[in-house]
Design a protein around this ligand. Structure first.
Ligand code: SAH
Ligand code: SF4
Length: 350
């Protein structure tokens, strides 16, 4: 298997059978080799820099009903909030002082924050912080809307595809949501010139090893600039409240394989990873990740924005815990960079 890992690291097209074997292995030596090769590839492209993104969770209203998510519209127990423009600008200002040069506006699909309101918000952020990148992560919208946001200055867009298998997508979402439409959105975003992030949850209900192989092959075909992946974690007030969480081991293997398959991808160690394991962020870096997204939202909002149970909202997951994050990263041989942290690949295939 080591020879196969070398071939992947050298850019060979991944093959289903071998990928599946790697995803199934629990051999410590092979795993250590996999992570070491992933780190080597990461260092070739991004050195030991860790890019940070200030995450602003600006609304937890959502019109959708994804079975796995605590923000789903049928979750009557969710406490809904919506930050004002002023609150968002204050979060960004604080983030700027701390050294953030990317702001990620994430939220549910909220009719209270429609096309024009978000467009104005993007303009405001880009005007006040011209040296910063703005990333949006607000779900599925029309091409017209995505274009207006892009023209207003939005640089990047995160829209996880959630699963590369249409039948599995059906299991995770109600009838009104469609895998094909999600894929179409991703293609549209790329065409409009965004740096695009897709991604998936590891171990969502019914997500088997075979699906993970499909995720990796899909990523290789689609070639996103960023990949957001983390373990599925159940939320008690959702239809999947009793399902088991995805595992640390599988998440780390996926991170390492994504790094080998897409050498220059921007790859965060996600909050979900930091939630299932105290040292998840460092372990993520050691498996090939190069981005962390600490939370800049006001503390009251963080506690309400509960995609899943037990979400980590303090310590190195929080912007004010940046010092702690820096220390942890330095102890592991990495360096938190004050920069926009753009994608360093060469071409933007559509
Ligand atoms: N509404 C937007 C952005 C917010 S949700 C959207 O859906 O794209 C952001 C991500 O959180 C989702 O893409 C999903 O992958 C993740 N997520 C939601 N519920 C989760 C859960 N229970 N466990 C782990 N990740 C979850
Ligand atoms: Fe809404 Fe996103 Fe949660 Fe689905 S995953 S319910 S779209 S916030």
């Amino acid at each position: 298997m080591k020879a196969y890992i070398d071939q992947l690291a050298a850019g060979m097209m991944p093959e289903s059978r071998e990928l599946e074997e790697l995803l199934r292995t629990e051999d410590e030596e092979i795993l250590a080799y996999l992570y070491a090769q992933a780190r080597k590839v990461r260092e070739k492209h991004y050195g030991r820099d860790v890019y940070i993104r200030g995450l602003i969770e600006f609304t937890d209203y959502c019109r959708n009903n994804c079975y796995y998510c605590g923000l789903r519209r049928d979750n009557r127990k969710a406490e809904r909030y919506r930050l004002s423009e002023q609150e968002i600008m204050e979060c960004a200002q604080e983030g700027y002082f701390l050294g953030f040069r990317t702001f990620v506006l994430q939220g549910g699909e909220d009719a209270g924050y429609g096309c024009e309101r978000i467009e104005a918000l993007v303009r405001m952020l880009k005007e006040r912080f011209p040296d910063c990148a703005v990333t949006l992560s607000v779900g599925e919208h029309s091409e017209k809307t995505y274009r207006r946001w892009r023209e207003a200055g939005a640089d990047r867009y995160l829209l996880r595809h959630e699963t590369a298998d249409p039948a599995h997508y059906r299991r995770l979402h109600p009838q009104e949501l469609s895998w094909e439409r999600r894929m179409e959105c991703l293609h549209t975003l790329k065409r409009l010139g965004y740096q695009v992030g897709c991604g998936f949850m590891v171990g969502s209900p019914g997500h088997e090893t075979g699906h993970l192989v499909k995720e990796l092959l899909f990523l290789r075909r689609f070639r996103p600039h960023m990949v957001g992946l983390g373990p599925f974690i159940p939320h008690k007030d959702t239809p999947f409240g009793g399902a088991p969480a995805g595992t640390l081991l599988m998440t780390l293997k996926c991170l390492a394989l994504v790094r080998l398959i897409l050498p220059d991808v921007l790859l965060p160690a996600t909050t979900a990873l930091g939630t299932i394991a105290e040292n998840g962020t460092v372990l993520g870096m050691q498996a090939g990740a190069n981005v962390v997204m600490p939370n800049l939202s006001p503390v009251y909002a963080r506690r309400k924005y509960m995609l899943y149970d037990g979400k980590a909202v303090s310590g190195s997951e929080a912007a004010e815990g940046l010092q702690l994050l820096k220390e942890r990263m330095e102890a592991a041989g990495y360096r938190v960079a004050v920069s926009r942290g753009d994608w360093k690949g060469e071409k933007n295939d559509v």
